[in-house]
Structure formats: structure tokens, C-alpha cells
Design a protein around this ligand. Structure first.
Ligand SMILES: Cc1ncc(COP(=O)(O)O)c(C=O)c1O
Length: 465
């Protein structure tokens, strides 16, 4: 069994049984402590949680911990669990240049990932078995560039029910994630004569790069206490605008109702298009999520969704719901590329949606992320009261605003704690005025596997405190 225990910076290559298992785990843990990837004081996951995550017997983990306690690398105390023993470890002298500390981080808190250890393997296998058993032979041939009809229909039903999207399966195009959708849209928009796309002040750099690589210009919109400001669209020259309307990435605010209305009014008046990136719309914790903007005007809004947050980015499954003429143009562009996801995975997702397993999985993950967000907010109040968490109770990440003048030392402390973190300024559009960007971290609390979350939170509080 090869198991990657990435969030503790440990690769385990273990035999499924026998003495090698305990020895391998002991050695991997010892290396992590000795090499400083697990900082002194770090609390290790309970033997039960770690055993479940690694798929080994609880005794194996308990024995490995006991070995390392006996060797002095770990300490075990009633009430405070198993921790890395305090000892002198040389501190890094210079602040790290990159956001990722040298070597592999012990805890990955970068945003953009779901908890990969929670991928619903058994339910997905069940759906795959069903899908492959019932798939017609033609499903294994070259297929409609829009994707399998089973999936387009299942998504249209699901998105209408859950996100208020007006979806006709004929206008759904399946693609390899949101990134692929952007590449296709970039091509089609340029073909229509669009030269500029308005984007949010803070956003994923890769998405901006994908648009610019094809030759489009991107222009940042302002951001204020109400969120992204769409008013400048009316006086600008953009042919489209890309927005994360349900939950701005990364700042965490929904697009204000007035600004939703402004954007739609601009699109209607100018013939522009709104590209709605609904990357984590299902993860709202305090109320029903705000419905998709697309519901307001399906002829002017392109709805973009992905399985990357709700399931896993490795699936490379995304979808677009397009205004009618654009659906034909995007399908034609996609047919030329034929850069598509395999039909077995499409059929599996269709079955996963139809069986109710998708709803069940999202419900379970919503509870998990909600609990983590609550724990993060509570821990900040207790250990770092000067740090402010921005945004609504939603999603898999939070922006943590730091007291002015402390970002550099917090980054250094985070590296020392073995944390991989992202600074807000890294997500700012290069053409946006740096003034007004708070010193802040963007923390992906969804990223660590369950066993590593308590340790990650503790390390974060130490870095912030
Ligand atoms: C804001 C935002 N949109 C979309 C995505 C999904 O991208 P993809 O479907 O290409 O994995 C991500 C993933 O990190 C994201 O952060």
C-alpha cells in the first residue's frame, strides 16, 4: 500500500500487514520530527483518526507513537494527547522567499482544495459500477462535444433545484474543469471581437493568465465594503465580466444585490456577457445560498460550475450553461479541440447525482467545513483576537486580516510552524492599486485531511499569536 500522508509532510510506503508497517510508520514519523517538518509542540492526530485515514489498524499507530515516546521524539500526556517533544531546533534565519516553506509543509492551508481525504470512494465506485453496467456501447465511442446527455440532464435538474439556474440540457457543455471552460470562452469571445474582460480585483491568478494568454486584456474592477463594484462596467470597454458572485474568491462576500442588478443592466444594454464562476455555491453555512445570477438573465449570463470543490479537482469535471447562440459556438470550438473528460467519468457523475449520493456527500462536507470554520473563528477569538476573519459563513477558505505591520513576521512564524499559506496580495490583480489591500492571509481550512485539522489550527494560532 502506498499512502501519501501529505498534510503531515510524510510519504508512507507501507506493506498492508506485518512488522514492516509499524517500522515504516515509526521511521516516517521520526524523520518528520527530526527534519523539523513537525515542529516541537505540534499535536499529532489521535491514533484512531490517523489509523482510519491511513487504512491501518489502530494498534499499529499506537505502537509507532509508543516507540517514538520511548525514543524521546514524542510526549504523551493524559488530556493533551501525543505531541512532538520540545527540543532545540535551529530557527530559519531569513524569512522564506516563497509562500511555501522549504521542504514539504507539515500543514497545507492554501486555499483552492477540498479535503481530498474525504473523496467518497465507495459511493463513487458504486456509481461507476452502475454507470458502466448500464452504459450503451456507443458511450465508449467519440461522443457529442457537449458531453454525455445523461450528465447534461442530471446537471440541469440538479442546478435548477439547488442553485436556481435556468438550465436546458441542450445548453449545457461539459468540460475539463472551470479552467478548460475559460480557455474555450476566451477563444469564442475573441472570435466575437471581444478584446477586454473585466475581472475582480482579487482572483485566482491562473484564471487571469488563461484569459490573457489567448490575447484578451483583463481589467480589474474596484472592491469595497459591499464587495466587487460592478458600476464601472457601464463606462468601460469590456465585452465580458468574470465574477464569483455567490462568494467572492477570496474575499468571501456575495455580490451585493444592487451590483448584481448593475451587472445585468450593463450586459443587457451593451450586449456584454457575465461569466459567473459558481465554484463553491453549495457551501453556505448560515442560510440558504444566494441563487445563481444566471437565473436573472440566462441570455446574458454564462453559468460555470465545477466538481473541484464539491468532489475533487482531480476529476477534471466542470460545466457551462450558456445562452443559446454561445452554446453552439462553444460546442464548435470544443469539437475542434476535443479536450474533454472521458465518458465513463461523466456517466459516473450522472449516476452519482441521480442516486442522491452527490447531495449526501455535499451535506456531509458542508457540516465538516462549517465545523472547521466555527472552530477557526473561535480559536482566533481566543488566541489571536487582533486578527479579523472576513466574509460570510461559507466556502472552504477565509481571509484573515492581520494587524498592520505584522504580515512579514506572521509569514515567518507560519513557515516555522510548517504551514503553507497564501497572502492576499498574491491574489490581487497586477494592475490594481496596491493601496487598500489589507495585510492578510487566505487560509484554506477545507484543505487538510480530518486528522491533520486540529494540528493545523493549533499551528496557525501559534503563528498568528
Ligand atoms: C475561484 C475558483 N474558481 C474555480 C475553481 C475551479 O477550477 P477547476 O474547475 O479548473 O479545478 C477554483 C479552484 O481552485 C477556484 O478557486
Amino acid at each position: 500500500m502506498a499512502e501519501s500522508w501529505a498534510n503531515l509532510g510524510i510519504d508512507l510506503h507501507l506493506e498492508p500487514s506485518g512488522p514492516g508497517l509499524r517500522a515504516g510508520l515509526t521511521a516516517a514519523l521520526r524523520d518528520a520530527v527530526r527534519g523539523g517538518r513537525l515542529a516541537p509542540g505540534t499535536r499529532l492526530p489521535s491514533s484512531r483518526t490517523l489509523a482510519v485515514d491511513l487504512g491501518v489498524a489502530r494498534n499499529t499507530v499506537a505502537e509507532a507513537y509508543a516507540d517514538l515516546v520511548a525514543e524521546g521524539w514524542l510526549t504523551a500526556r493524559q488530556g493533551s494527547g501525543t505531541r512532538v517533544a520540545e527540543r532545540d531546533v535551529p530557527r530559519p534565519e531569513a524569512p522564506p522567499r516563497s509562500r511555501i516553506p522549504r521542504g514539504r509543509p507539515a500543514y497545507d492551508l492554501r486555499p483552492g482544495f477540498p479535503d481530498l481525504s474525504s473523496f467518497p470512494r465507495a459511493a463513487w465506485l458504486k456509481a461507476a459500477r452502475h454507470a458502466l453496467t448500464h452504459a450503451p456501447n456507443e458511450a465508449f465511442g467519440y461522443s457529442d462535444p457537449r458531453g454525455r446527455p445523461e450528465l447534461r440532464e442530471a446537471l440541469a435538474d440538479y442546478l435548477a433545484r439547488v442553485r436556481g439556474v435556468q438550465a436546458d440540457p441542450d445548453r449545457v457543455v461539459i468540460c475539463s474543469g472551470f479552467a478548460h471552460a475559460l480557455v474555450l470562452l476566451d477563444q469564442v469571445l475573441r472570435g466575437r471581437g471581444v478584446r477586454e474582460v473585466a475581472v475582480e480585483r482579487y482572483a485566482v491568478g491562473l484564471h487571469r493568465d488563461l484569459l490573457e494568454r489567448g490575447g484578451l486584456r483583463t481589467r480589474p474592477l474596484p472592491f469595497d465594503e459591499l464587495g466587487t463594484d460592478t458600476r464601472p462596467l457601464a463606462s468601460g470597454s469590456a465585452g465580458a465580466v468574470l465574477v464569483t458572485s455567490a462568494h467572492q474568491f477570496p474575499m468571501g462576500l456575495p455580490l451585493h444585490p444592487d451590483r448584481r442588478a448593475e451587472a445585468v443592466a450593463w450586459a443587457r444594454a451593451s450586449g456584454g456577457l457575465i461569466l459567473e464562476d459558481d465554484y463553491d455555491g453549495e457551501f453556505r453555512y448560515d442560510r440558504q445560498p444566494v441563487g445563481a445570477l444566471q437565473g436573472l438573465d440566462p441570455e446574458r449570463v454564462v453559468y460555470l460550475g465545477t466538481a473541484s470543490k464539491s468532489l475533487a479537482p482531480g476529476l477534471r469535471l466542470g460545466w457551462m450553461i450558456l445562452p443559446r447562440p454561445l452554446a453552439d459556438e462553444v460546442t464548435a470550438a470544443k469539437g475542434v479541440d476535443d479536450w474533454t473528460c472521458g465518458t465513463p467519468d461523466q456517466l459516473t457523475l450522472a449516476r452519482f447525482l441521480r442516486s442522491g449520493d452527490y447531495d449526501r456527500h455535499v451535506r456531509a462536507m458542508r457540516q465538516r467545513y462549517r465545523r472547521r470554520r466555527d472552530q477557526l473563528v473561535t480559536a482566533l477569538a481566543a488566541h489571536a483576537p487582533a486578527v479579523r476573519a472576513h466574509g460570510i459563513a461559507a466556502g472552504l477558505h477565509a481571509v484573515l486580516e492581520l494587524p498592520p505591520g505584522t504580515e512579514q513576521s506572521v509569514i515567518r512564524a507560519a513557515a516555522w510552524q510548517g504551514l503553507a499559506v497564501t497572502r492576499l496580495r498574491e491574489l490581487r490583480h497586477p494592475a490594481a492599486d496596491p493601496a487598500g489591500t489589507p495585510e492578510a492571509l487566505v487560509v484554506g481550512y477545507g484543505t487538510p485531511p480530518e486528522h491533520a485539522w486540529p494540528g493545523a489550527l493549533e499551528a496557525l494560532c501559534r503563528a498568528l499569536g
